[in-house]
Design a protein around this ligand. Structure first.
Ligand code: GRF
Length: 206
């Protein structure tokens, strides 16, 4: 494998996908190649971002029957070596993860194990951090297993909470200062392990 073929699963505006695209354009993703975007619904900003950069894009509605089977078929058809969840709101089943059998990584907008797991996504994560009164939050990239946000942690970055922060201002700062930096770096780290060793620390997962 010269470069790991990467599929990115998206559900929203695609700013994390854009960070991956920009990283690749800067030559900072030498061991990976963005090969497929899977959008779990039509009309989201991430689709345009993929199209603007000539990345193959499949729209597979998450709420329709057979979602996981259709995603598996697309991953096979594009000979994908690893998956990146970038603002993806679905929870992949244990069967899906085992069937795919290769690394899947996710970006979560908090310092896991805080404010994570079922029901913690989007602005809800930042609202919970503000409600609790923590002074520092951040983002985490982790391997995906059957437990929501439960897989082995790959990287984290802390972000200060400022007086007067709202969930929206905090979300943007966490994306800008943490998510958009961590995810591309982690994708390159995992891709490099795949290319150089044929496996990653994910393979040692419990
Ligand atoms: C944001 O809530 C971000 O914190 C989380 O996913 C959401 C949208 O991301 N990671 P994106 O703009 O679609 O990448």
């Amino acid at each position: 494998m010269l470069r790991a073929r990467i599929a990115v699963l998206v559900s929203g505006g695609g700013t994390n996908l854009q960070a991956l695209i920009d990283c690749q354009a800067r030559g900072e993703l030498p061991h990976g190649v963005l090969s497929l975007v899977v959008a779990d619904k039509a009309g989201i900003g991430a689709i345009e971002r993929a199209q603007c950069h000539d990345i193959a894009c499949a729209v597979i509605p998450r709420r329709e029957p057979g979602f996981e089977e259709r995603v598996q078929k697309a991953l096979t058809a594009y000979e994908i070596d690893m998956v990146v969840l970038a603002g993806f709101l679905g929870i992949l089943s244990g069967d899906f993860i085992e069937t795919f059998g290769k690394p899947i990584i996710n970006i979560h907008p908090s310092l896991i194990p805080s404010f994570c797991g079922k029901g913690f996504y989007g602005l809800k994560v930042h609202q919970a951090a503000l409600d609790y009164g923590v002074k520092v939050t951040g983002a985490t990239v982790h391997f995906v297993n059957a437990i929501p946000d439960g897989g082995k942690i790959i990287a984290q970055k802390a972000v200060d909470i400022l007086p007067g922060d709202t969930p929206e201002t905090l979300q943007h700062r966490v994306m800008e200062q943490a998510e958009w930096k961590l995810l591309p770096a982690a994708a390159e780290q995992v891709a490099r392990e795949l290319v150089e060793k044929g496996k990653t620390t994910w393979n040692d997962r419990i």
